[in-house]
Design a protein. Structure first.
Length: 225
């Protein structure tokens, strides 16, 4: 249920992210209603089951493990869904900026870095929101996002878009901005966002399938007992 990657980031255009980048995979979940399991005390449930089943019967431990597995799958599903929503938001607000860069490229006019920065700002806000959320993920990556001056570590989708954002930020700070540079950078950013959206949706479907299969097994056992 994890997408692993490891790379070293080097960016141009007046800005960079330096150091070794270790990525532990990514996943997401949406802002839909989320089933909370905090009120379920698995330990108390196991103790109660032990009182019902004969001594030495493995059923209490098996049921406990099944509930734990269901909780993990539900949380993974939620996190993958949330990542999908963040990436979708980024792609939606990116559209206007991308279209303006295309228009400038076709018309041959000189790009105005200040005007483009205004269109880029909503994208930055969405990326920053995703980066903040990536610091708290628990199941779809081996490690949540963290970074210092020396390294950046976390899921590949956060690392890739962070580096691509930094590159565009640096380009827009240059008042002698070249059309070809910003054109290539924004399409690279768009390609990365779409690639990670595809991988995220693939993991979302896979996790949903695993959850369905596990639920079917548990419910099947309940119907036979």
């Amino acid at each position: 249920m994890k997408e692993d990657a490891k790379k070293e980031i080097t960016t141009g255009g007046g800005a960079y992210a330096n150091g070794n980048v270790q990525t532990g995979g990514g996943a997401f979940v949406g802002r839909d209603q989320y089933i909370q399991y905090n009120q379920l005390d698995v330990t108390q449930l196991t103790d109660a089951l032990r009182q019902v089943f004969p001594d030495g019967d493995p059923a209490p431990e098996l049921w406990t493990q099944a509930l734990k597995d269901l909780r993990v799958h539900h949380t993974c599903l939620f996190e993958w869904k949330e990542l999908h929503n963040f990436l979708n938001d980024i792609l939606v607000v990116l559209g206007q900026f991308k279209r303006e860069v295309e228009r400038i490229d076709i018309s041959g006019e000189k790009p105005n870095s200040r005007a483009l920065s205004r269109l880029w700002r909503p994208v930055v806000q969405k990326v920053d929101a995703m980066m903040d959320w990536a610091k708290s993920i628990k199941f779809i990556s081996d490690v949540p996002l963290s970074y210092t001056d020396e390294y950046t570590r976390g899921p590949s989708w956060a690392i890739d878009l962070y580096a691509a954002k930094i590159l565009i930020d640096g380009l827009l700070e240059n008042h002698e901005l070249e059309t070809g540079d910003i054109y290539d950078a924004v399409f690279d950013f768009s390609d990365l966002a779409e690639q990670h959206m595809y991988l995220t949706d693939k993991m979302l479907r896979s996790t949903a399938g695993e959850l369905y299969n596990l639920s079917s097994i548990v419910l099947g056992k309940m119907s036979r007992e």
